[in-house]
Ligand binder design. Structure first.
Ligand SMILES: [Zn+2]
Ligand SMILES: [Zn+2]
Length: 128
């Protein structure tokens, strides 16, 4: 496999993720990228997601029974819907003094955090 083809597929994986806000799983990225790259394999998509994650171009969120991906790197938090298992963006402003509290209570250095809220998304909330 040539480098050009590799990087084209990687770019396709990245731009698919950048174009959506639904925090897809590797399989969902695969089905989407497959439309333009019919020969791409799920293993290739996984490999590219790992690479992009290591590079800091995307990040992963562990959901209920799958890992979800997000290419939107601005600081934001997430909610895991307990009914549909999907991940949603939650934009809240958190008082960063809680990092100081964490540092007081942790023997090391705390310099970041990620929050995962639990609840129901809008559509699941309407059904219940
Ligand atoms: Zn839901
Ligand atoms: Zn997000």
């Amino acid at each position: 496999m040539s480098t050009t083809r590799n990087s084209k597929q990687r770019d396709a994986v990245l731009s698919d993720l950048q174009s959506r806000y639904d925090h897809p799983t590797a399989e969902e990225v695969y089905f989407s990228v497959k439309k333009s790259f019919p020969n791409i394999s799920l293993a290739t998509v996984y490999r590219n997601l790992c690479f992009l994650n290591d590079e800091g171009k995307i990040f992963s969120i562990s959901g209920r029974d799958a890992v979800h991906y997000d290419a939107h790197l601005h600081e934001h938090n997430h909610l895991l819907c307990r009914t549909c298992g999907r991940i949603f963006d939650v934009n809240i402003c958190i008082n960063s003094s809680f990092l100081d509290d964490a540092n007081t209570n942790f023997n090391g250095c705390v310099d970041g955090y990620s929050l995962l809220f639990h609840g129901l998304c809008n559509s699941c909330n309407k059904i219940n």
